[in-house]
Design a protein around this ligand. Structure first.
Ligand SMILES: [Zn+2]
Ligand SMILES: [Zn+2]
Length: 130
C-alpha cells in the first residue's frame, strides 16, 4: 500500500501518511498498489494495471456505504429515510419520515435518490433537508 498523494510506502494499519500528512486513500497522483506516479485522470495504473479508484468512489462517498446496499435500502425502505440515516443524513431521514406520514411524498424523494445512486450522481449532504 502506497500513499496516493506522495507515493511513500505505508503500513497496512496506518491511517495517515507520515510523509505528507494526508489521510490514507486520499489523493490521486500515485498508485496505491505499486506507488508509481499516475495521471490523475487515468482509470488504470500504467505500471501495474490495477484500477485506480477515483476519490468519488472512496470511503466517504455514500457515507462509506456500499452502493448496492444503499440502492436496495433506498428502494425498499427509502420512504422511511433509512438510507439517509445510513449515510449520516439525519435531517433528510427525519424529513422523509415526516413527508411519508403526512402525504406519502417520501417515497417519491426516495425514488429520485434511488435513480441518483444508480447513476453515481447522489450528493451526500448532511445539512440539506431534501
Ligand atoms: Zn503521503
Ligand atoms: Zn500501480
Amino acid at each position: 500500500m502506497y500513499c496516493k498523494s506522495c507515493g511513500a510506502k505505508l503500513n497496512d494499519n496506518q491511517a495517515v501518511c507520515l510523509n505528507c500528512g494526508v489521510k490514507v486513500g486520499e489523493g490521486n497522483k500515485y498508485c496505491a498498489n505499486c506507488g508509481s506516479q499516475v495521471d490523475p485522470n487515468a482509470d488504470v495504473c500504467l505500471n501495474c494495471g490495477v484500477a485506480i479508484k477515483k476519490n468519488k468512489d472512496d470511503g466517504e462517498y455514500l457515507g462509506g456505504q456500499n452502493k448496492v446496499t444503499i440502492a436496495l435500502v433506498c428502494f425498499f425502505l427509502g420512504g422511511l429515510g433509512i438510507h439517509n440515516f445510513m449515510m449520516g443524513e439525519t435531517k433528510k431521514g427525519i424529513f422523509r419520515i415526516a413527508a411519508t406520514f403526512c402525504c406519502g411524498l417520501g417515497f417519491i424523494f426516495a425514488l429520485i435518490d434511488f435513480i441518483r445512486i444508480l447513476m453515481d450522481n447522489y450528493e451526500v449532504n448532511k445539512d440539506k433537508l431534501i
